[in-house]
Design a protein around this ligand. Structure first.
Ligand code: LLP
Length: 422
């Protein structure tokens, strides 16, 4: 459920017409809906125990406007770098609600997180544990730690976003878990607080979650028998969202909440979740203008002014995003199959192949839907194209939450070395 809908024949974000925004900020641009972010956060939180920590996964959308919207609802943050940690803090998220994930935390990032006083480190390997112990001792601190355990469960999602199988780089293998906890318990700078698991992203089947959570619940019992005080269980993120209107929607948060409850209710742990996509994906669209319609020999191309540098998901994962005209098409309007492409000089700069759409012409606006997660955050300036700016809407209000860079900004990022200067 989201708050993008046609109003008076024009696609709008809550009370704001995307046509008006295009006139005001130019195209392409991202537009996020606060009401949608809020709704997704609340529906998810309502499916979980009241004292659970919902730590929004900042990697999905790190815009300060988005983070602040969620912070005001009580969200925490799941961060994977010092930069994300700083952004979460800058958006007003309390350090005590921040968890730090990732396989390659540097010592500098550990120092930063310890000095901020974050809620926990989700440690992914024994070398990382040793490094964190060293940093904590140097700082005379105790680092609160969960170990991320790789349960070797296939999440049945895209290979590039599967993280819970033995072949991936993530977590400590399930079979080494008890040994790793024993080692952690012997370290003076480490305080074991719980167990962490995250098996992948865009998961649309409850069965892998159930298998992973049951495995981890069994481990919690073993760890307690070994004498460890396990009081927290971080179950990661990963719940999928509907990208294709014609497909069955993925299970809703309530179904997920039931799976969680079945596996964990008896443990008495505080639960932590790290949803990203579920909160942000359908709270954002990428609006773009058709530059040309080109009739090729085999295909008709709608060439739009957003490119793979703005939204890389289709090129990287062959992912499907619905594309709709901003002007509402008439009922029963004829459809033409378009390849919707960007201006970037690569064949992979393709948003949709053979997509039936109402007839498009130069100057028309289109919206690429479900672009609020892993959209702007993954953008680049490839082809020296400044990435699309971001706009946040709340009711009838809107604000630019990341401005468009101009070409001079891009040029100013580089410098000419001394021997090449005129
Ligand atoms: N926690 C950890 C440790 C993660 O690695 C991730 C995502 C999340 C939470 C949030 O997962 P979510 O709830 O958003 O599924 N760029 C890809 C997705 C990469 C996901 C990486 N990890 C995409 O565009 O599909």
């Amino acid at each position: 459920m989201n708050y993008f809908a046609y109003k008076n024949g024009v696609l709008s974000a809550e009370g704001v017409s995307l046509e008006t925004l295009a006139r005001e900020v130019g195209t392409p641009f991202y537009c996020y809906s606060s009401a949608t972010l809020e709704r997704h956060y609340k529906v998810f939180a309502a499916a979980l125990p009241k004292d659970a920590l919902v730590a929004f996964s900042v990697k999905a959308n790190g815009n300060l406007g988005v983070l602040k919207t969620l912070a005001k609802l009580g969200a925490g943050a799941d961060v994977v770098s010092g930069g994300e940690l700083k952004k979460a803090r800058a958006a007003g998220i309390e350090a005590g609600k921040i968890v730090f994930s990732g396989v390659g935390k540097t010592r500098a990032e550990m120092r930063l997180a310890l000095s901020e006083g974050i809620y926990q480190f989700n440690v992914e390997s024994e070398p990382e544990l040793e490094a964190l112990n060293g940093v904590a001792l140097e700082m005379n601190r105790l680092a609160p730690v969960t170990l991320r355990i790789n349960p070797d469960v296939d999440a049945k999602t895209h290979a590039k976003i599967t993280t819970g199988t033995a072949e991936t780089k993530f977590g400590i293998p399930f079979v080494h878990a008890r040994e790793a906890y024993k080692k952690a318990a012997s370290m003076k700078g480490i305080e074991i607080v719980g167990v962490d698991v995250h098996i992948g992203s865009q998961i649309t089947d409850m069965e892998p979650f159930e298998a992973a959570f049951n495995r981890i619940a069994g481990l919690v019992k073993d760890l307690r028998a070994d004498g460890h005080a396990i009081t927290r269980l971080d179950l990661g993120g990963g719940l999928g969202v509907p990208y294709e209107h014609d497909n069955d929607p993925p299970p809703d948060p309530a179904a997920y909440g039931q799976v969680v409850a079945r596996a964990t209710a008896a443990l008495g742990c505080r639960l932590i979740f790290e949803p990203g996509r579920l909160i942000a994906a359908n709270a954002g669209v990428l609006v773009s203008e058709v530059i040309y319609v080109k009739h090729g020999d085999a295909k008709t191309f709608a060439i739009i002014d957003a490119g793979m540098n703005d939204l890389i998901r289709p090129a990287l994962y062959d992912s499907h995003h619905e594309i709709v005209p901003v002007r509402e098409p008439g009922v029963g309007a004829a459809r033409i199959n378009y390849d919707v492409v960007g201006p970037v000089c690569e064949t992979s700069d393709l948003f949709a192949a053979n997509r039936p759409l109402p007839a498009l012409k130069s100057g028309d606006l289109v919206a690429i839907l479900s672009a609020g997660a892993y959209g702007a955050v993954m953008s680049s300036a490839y082809n020296a194209r400044p990435p699309a700016p971001e706009v946040l809407v709340a009711g009838d209000e809107w604000g630019i939450v990341r401005a468009r860079q101009d070409h001079d900004d891009l040029i100013a990022q580089d410098s000419i070395p001394i021997w090449l200067r005129d």
